[in-house]
Design a protein around this ligand. Structure first.
Ligand code: AMP
Ligand code: ZN
Length: 473
């Protein structure tokens, strides 16, 4: 069974399969590097990562391209405000982005092209559009795409259903217009004084490329004129992806991407997490609150990618508990995480988890099934069902590895942190409790147990003594 995934273009759940060979070639629109990426951005990148992992664990190869948007209004404005050269500014935020990707255990794309590194490719695409009569140069030296020259315009975002008509007089210079117009959009933006030194020479004079042409040029350079899948957050459907299709298909006459995969937004109190609403969280500020990147990753997997997901701190706490249960399982089964070159593995007893993932990347269902299996297998283990059954144990370990690989979680068995690791005052408290218990002072013993619990330690009594175990929050 292959991966079935909702396709925004056809509005159907369809199988994702490679056009040729067994390598799925896909493009994901990358970050605009003008500040730290927030965990809303990372919802999209984490889900794309799971998409890739699910393909790879089921035996397909992938070629994953994710660009870096390192020139646009925001990067230029922000670098100027900080008095830094654009290149130095975007290098810094690209490095920060990669660091966060590592913390979140995102697989590294096979190519990470940057817009500034591909100006000639963008210019040549614009030239082809002008030659084909699909674009025109305006008096100021900007070049616009002629929306009326591409009759299929609006198919992805269903503009026609929204009763929007095109108007030849409407022209859009902004890359990220919100309104549902089908205005001619900028492919090349003539140099303006506020751009400072950030301009390039072109056949139409000095200027810089628009945002949409960047992704058309780079995706086709690395993946060919037609490729398997294109992806981003739902906010990119219009105008960004609509415009990418128009630019690319007008030049090639071929289907640009065969499948369109969009991730719904991470929300905060009913609104999209975004820089402009100042409601964002970054890995760094969550780290200061002592939340781990892996817990963020887990939270981002708890909702279906097709539905908005509300971010709460309660869900972060629940993630810690859930991950701790998985670590307990790893400890019980003496599981050692391994990282090979290929992710292809047998899910064995965990195949229901794989099935849920292959079924439109249903991560919440997959997690639910995973916990059910973890509980059932764990109970069977406790009842001694696996005593001496090394083969069955290995299948379980391998299946659990497959699950970890698909979710992108790294689960270490728990360190056996115990009594002797506890701080002196905790040891002291627990000793007093033990003595109270021996002296049958149950009230005091209970009170001291509660005190220990409050400090994060659980007491486990045995016949001849007790043990301290850190409590999971
Ligand atoms: P940007 O850096 O703004 O170009 O965005 C990078 C990626 O993050 C794009 O695919 C966006 O669609 C996506 N994105 C932005 N905000 C959110 C959000 N709140 N939830 C999910 N994805 C988002
Ligand atoms: Zn893009």
């Amino acid at each position: 069974m292959g991966l079935n995934l909702y396709d925004t273009m056809t509005r159907e759940v369809r199988e994702v399969y490679p056009m040729d060979g067994n390598m799925v070639r896909f493009y994901g629109c990358g970050p605009t590097v003008y500040g730290p990426a927030h965990i809303g951005n990372f919802r999209t990148f984490v889900i794309q990562d799971v998409f890739r992992r699910v393909l790879e664990t089921s035996g397909l190869k992938t070629f994953h391209v994710r660009n870096v948007t390192d020139v646009d209004d925001k990067t230029i404005r922000q670098s100027q405000e900080e008095g830094v050269k654009l290149e130095d500014f975007t290098d810094k935020w690209t490095a920060e982005f990669r660091k966060d990707c590592d913390l979140l255990n995102l697989l590294i794309p096979h190519a990470e092209p940057s817009a500034v590194g591909h100006i000639p490719e963008q210019i040549s695409l614009i030239e082809r559009l002008i030659e084909g009569g699909k674009a025109y140069r305006a008096n100021d030296g900007s070049v616009y795409f002629k929306v009326d020259a591409f009759p299929e315009y609006g198919r992805l975002s269903r503009l026609a259903e929204r009763e929007i008509t095109t108007s030849q007089t409407d022209r859009e210079t902004s890359d990220e217009y919100e309104r549902d117009t089908a205005a001619d959009f900028a492919l090349w933006k003539a140099r303006r004084p506020e751009d400072g030194e950030n301009f390039w020479e072109s056949p139409w004079g000095q200027g810089r490329p628009g945002w949409h042409i960047e992704c058309s040029a780079m995706s086709m350079k690395y993946l060919g004129e037609s490729f398997d899948l294109h992806s981003g957050g739902v906010d990119l459907i219009f105008p960004h992806h609509e415009n990418e299709i128009a630019q690319s298909e007008s030049v090639t006459g071929k289907t640009f991407a065969r499948h369109w995969f969009h991730v719904a937004h991470l929300m905060v109190e009913g609104r999209k997490m975004s820089k402009s609403l100042s409601n964002l969280h970054t890995l760094e500020d969550l780290d200061q609150k002592e939340y781990l990147a892996q817990e963020v990753r887990y939270v981002l997997l708890t909702g279906s990618y097709r539905q908005p997901l509300n971010f709460t701190f309660d869900s972060m706490k629940a993630a810690r508990k859930a991950l701790s249960k998985l670590s307990d399982f790893a400890t019980k089964f003496d599981f050692k995480p391994s990282q090979g070159d290929s992710l292809e593995t047998e899910f064995g007893p965990f195949h229901p988890v794989q099935e849920a993932l292959l079924s439109d990347l249903n991560t919440p269902e997959a997690l639910g099934r995973c916990f059910r299996l973890v509980r059932e297998l764990g109970e069977a283990f406790e009842q001694g069902e696996y005593k001496g059954k090394e083969e069955a144990l290995n299948e379980i370990r391998q299946g659990f590895q497959a699950v970890c690989d698909a979710f992108g979680l790294i689960l270490e068995p728990k360190e056996e942190k115990r009594t002797e690791d506890a701080p002196a005052e905790i040891q002291d408290l627990s000793q007093r409790r033990w003595e109270a218990k021996q002296g049958k002072d149950w009230a005091l013993a209970d009170q001291l147990r509660a005190e220990l619990l409050e400090q994060g330690w659980t007491v486990k009594d045995g016949k001849d003594g007790f043990e301290l175990v850190p409590t999971v929050e």
